[in-house]
Design a protein around this ligand. Structure first.
Ligand SMILES: *Cc1c(COP(=O)(O)O)cnc(C)c1O
Length: 453
């Protein structure tokens, strides 16, 4: 590749400059969509442009509209930063450009998935035989885990959903809690299971008893606004009695399982049938990186596998892993490399510290912000999320907008029980006392500047 070294070194320099700028860069860029269209738009060039020029233009033009999610001052949605080892491993993933669908297309990608599976299963305390799939995010992890569940519960009543589909099948009833994440609903929609029945935990036993037949229960480990957990042990009892499949959304909350301090939140986790999580949130792996795990590898594989003559799939003789057997994708990125690198660079102790530090900083922020005039905490801090508001919706909105505009930190709003609220997610490996103090200051100033009540 002519000039590749020069180009890659130049690009590494641009990337390093960016990373070094994160300390004092505005968090949300001061830019309009019109400005971005102007610098990025225009007709497709007729003639080739030199790669270096293309990259430099991209860095300069697109760089104006980049949100600095990599700083410890970013508290929006639930978005993690990037651990250096994971970032670098992600570069190598692109450089190697493996098609991680088959062992035959990339042996190391396949083996790294095997190794990473063992580590994650052990870290989370899940059954040692649990299978894994590396997907784009929790959204597709839901699709995969719930597809395994759909197959499994229908198989138990003698219906082969792979062959016969859902038309004419015994109805599969799906139960979710009122605060489940919207991605659960979309996964169910894609799987032809329709809208779920919304049932609070204490109504689930009766709801399951009201009908016979295949059922799936979706539980939550870490609600997106509050970080709250469903009582997994109790749900495992109730689902178990009814022969229902228990699926756990643990997008970020599942990582509580690694901490002795927080482990009680996920008591019973290992009793579920499928689990989902993200590496791109709390594990601080670059996007996109989700994880699905399943206690029934045969159902997981049966729900996902494909076979074709030309594929050179492993028939079991060498017992190697063909990744496309475990995910909805066919050709795919070798997504486990950065996850593997993140886990190795942290080690068990580093991971526990990352999780506990974020929770500690969330509690610290909550304590400090709660002593500001007009602030009401809307939920106790159970994990790494803080939910609060000012006196009324108008002031809540105004203070939040001022804080966002300041560029010093960024975080997002939500509605909670019909009222406007502000949510803080501490999901970045770099967030420490200094960033929390800065965040509280930003709110103090914005609150003083906002129209009094
Ligand atoms: C973020 C999140 C999801 C969706 O995950 P993606 O990785 O964005 O697909 C699902 N559930 C919860 C609780 C989440 O926080």
């Amino acid at each position: 590749m002519e000039g590749a070294r020069e180009l890659l070194e130049r690009t590494a320099g641009i990337a390093a400059d960016y990373v070094e700028s994160l300390g004092d860069r505005r968090v949300f860029p001061d830019v309009t969509p019109e400005e971005l269209r102007k610098v990025l738009g225009g007709p497709l060039p007729e003639e080739p442009i030199d790669a270096r020029e293309v990259v430099e233009h991209l860095a300069e033009a697109a760089g104006r509209g980049v949100v600095a999610t990599g700083t410890g001052r970013y508290f929006g949605f639930v978005i993690g930063g990037v651990l250096p080892a994971a970032l670098a491993a992600d570069w190598l993933t692109s450089t190697w450009d493996q098609n991680a669908g088959l062992y035959a297309a990339g042996p190391s990608a396949s083996v790294v998935e095997e190794v990473t599976r063992e580590w994650i299963v052990e870290l989370l305390g899940l059954p040692a035989h649990a299978s894994i799939g590396f997907v784009t995010g929790t959204q597709m992890a839901h699709v995969t885990g719930l597809a395994a569940g759909r197959l499994h519960v229908l198989d138990a009543v003698g219906w082969d959903v792979g062959r016969d589909g859902l038309q004419g099948a015994p109805p599969v009833r799906v139960f979710v809690g009122p605060k489940r994440h919207v991605t659960v609903d979309r996964a169910l929609r894609l799987l032809g299971l329709g809208a779920p029945a919304v049932v609070p935990v204490d109504g689930l036993r009766d709801a399951l008893a009201a009908h016979d037949g295949p059922a799936i229960v979706c539980a939550q480990a870490g609600e997106v606004n509050t970080g709250a957990f469903d009582p997994l042990d109790e749900l495992a009892d109730v689902a178990g009695e009814a022969g229902a499949w228990l699926h756990v959304d643990g997008a970020f909350g599942i990582w509580a399982a690694v901490s002795p301090e927080l482990g009680h939140l996920v008591e019973g986790l290992e009793r579920a049938d499928s689990w989902t999580s993200d590496a791109h949130k709390w594990l601080n792996v670059p996007y996109d990186s989700g994880i699905v795990l399943c206690a029934h590898p045969e159902s997981h594989r049966a729900a996902m596998t494909v076979q074709a003559e030309y594929l050179l799939q492993d028939e079991g003789a060498r017992r190697t892993r063909d990744e496309l057997d475990w995910v909805p994708e066919f050709s795919r990125r070798a997504r486990a490399f950065p996850v593997y690198a993140a886990l190795r660079s942290l080690g068990r102790r580093g991971l526990v510290e990352l999780v506990e530090r974020c929770c500690r900083q969330a509690r610290r922020f909550a304590e400090l912000i709660a002593s500001e005039p007009g602030v009401e905490l809307l939920h106790e801090v159970v994990l790494n999320q803080v939910l609060f508001r000012f006196e009324d919706d108008a002031r809540t909105n105004e203070v939040l907008a001022r804080v966002q505009d300041s560029g010093r930190i960024w975080l997002s709003g939500t509605s909670w029980d019909g009222r406007k609220a502000i949510r803080v997610s501490v999901s970045n490996w770099q967030t420490d006392d200094e960033q929390i103090a800065l965040a509280v200051d930003a709110f103090r100033e914005a609150s003083r500047a906002a129209v009094p009540r």
